[in-house]
Design a protein around this ligand. Structure first.
Ligand code: NAD
Ligand code: GLY
Length: 361
């Protein structure tokens, strides 16, 4: 097992990464002094891992209240959030009752937001079970829900007390979900870690084959990158925005197609290819580097062409991005592989990218 730390002074917390961690009560018990916890999960993950986690909690004398939500990005909304509050209130959960998120990024984001807001804040624990949530969403305290008009538009920064990433849970993950997680792994290489990008080029087949050592390395290196960024800029006043490479385009795809039609990681992969294209049009990276980025997404089996929503629709959806300032869209683009910046982009080049990277209708 490896343990990393997200350094946020009195709100610092450990990220434990390893195989079989769901069976390690010692890692959770320090956060459960009051012998009661609500485990929020969904209809897919509950049959796989809820009993294992509840059993470990029971063995430690902790009563686990299960809250089982419908599964899917289309349920990451205010109505489903209400189901969590209903269950907590019905069971008379108090301020000292932690919420444990057991699942992928959808469960983690919603549970975190419920924890931030229920009784004005209760303790929160992340047990991520997808690659995407282990390398990205469980770390850093961004929580929230979607709005019909925009992705992740309602939320709060609220840090967990511990993150427990059990690599064994990835054995049951469907292939397309594994690939979606790899998109966010490649992101770290592109924005700030050129040697890691090179490692991914060497080891992509191992990751796709779920080689445990390769997964452990990729998860830990991704989490180290994320912890460094979050430790330096928790509330995204600067550097943290770089973690949104490809997301301005990707969120437009997710919303424009209808939440759940494209996986988040798939949309972000196509979005990162668009960001590389726009960076090339700005003269920042050359054609071989743009092709190098695109090739790695292709090798991971991720989409590199965006769906045909129409240029005007893309522009309208991107106008609702959280990085918009004074009505102007800002993008994360590449100065080089391993070096990203936040910037505005000329409309004519943006339109060229939208035309070049979007499928024909
Ligand atoms: P997800 O939560 O929808 O999980 C993907 C699918 O895998 C779901 O059907 C889920 O039930 C299933 N699943 C989960 N664990 C499983 C397992 N071990 N075995 C089998 N099936 C399993 O999707 P995701 O990719 O984990 O997360 C995407 C979400 O995360 C998006 O809503 C995105 O906005 C959010 N996100 C948040 C942050 C952040 O910083 N908070 C960062 C990146 C992404
Ligand atoms: N996934 C983007 C962030 O955590 O800031």
């Amino acid at each position: 097992m490896q343990t990393l730390t997200v350094g946020l002074a009195e709100r610092s917390y450990p990220i434990h990464i390893g195989t079989g961690l769901l069976g390690r009560p010692d890692l959770l018990m320090p956060c459960l002094p009051h012998k009661r916890a609500a485990v929020v999960t969904n209809t897919t993950v509950a049959p796989l891992y809820l009993e294992q986690l509840s059993g470990v909690l029971r063995a430690g004398g902790v009563e686990a209240l299960p809250v089982i939500l419908p599964d899917g990005e289309q349920y990451k909304n205010a109505e489903t959030l209400g189901l969590i509050y209903d269950a907590l209130l019905r069971s008379r959960c108090e301020r000292n009752t932690p919420l444990i998120a057991l699942g992928g990024g959808v469960i983690g984001d919603m549970t975190g937001y419920a924890a931030a807001t229920y009784l004005r804040g209760v303790p929160f624990i992340q047990v991520p079970t997808t690659l995407l949530s282990q390398v990205d969403s469980s770390v850093g305290g961004k929580t929230g829900i979607n709005h019909p008009l925009g992705k992740n538009m309602i939320g709060a920064f609220y840090q967990p007390q511990v993150v427990l990433a059990d690599i064994a849970t990835l054995n049951t993950l469907p292939d397309n979900e594994l690939r979606a997680g790899i998109a966010e792994v490649i992101k770290y290489g592109l924005i700030r870690d050129l040697p890691f990008f090179g490692w991914l080029e060497q080891n992509m087949e191992k990751l796709l084959a779920r080689d445990t050592e390769a997964l452990q390395y990729a998860i830990a290196r991704s989490c180290r990158n994320k912890a460094e960024v979050v430790g330096a800029d928790e509330r995204e006043s600067g550097e943290r925005a770089l973690l949104n490479l490809g997301h301005t385009f990707g969120h437009a795809i997710e919303n424009g197609m209808g939440y759940g039609m494209w996986l988040h990681g798939e949309a972000v992969a196509a979005g990162m290819v668009m960001a590389a294209d726009l960076s090339q049009r700005l003269g920042w990276i050359d054609a071989p580097d743009a092709a190098r980025a695109r090739r790695l997404f292709e090798r991971a089996g991720l989409p590199v062409v965006a769906p045909a929503l129409g240029t005007e629709k893309y522009l309208q959806l991107m106008g609702l991005d959280k990085k918009v300032v004074g009505g102007r869209i800002r993008f994360v683009l590449l100065k080089a592989i391993g070096h990203a910046v936040v910037t505005e982009a000329p409309q004519d080049l943006l339109r060229q990218t939208l035309e070049a990277c979007v499928a024909n209708a």
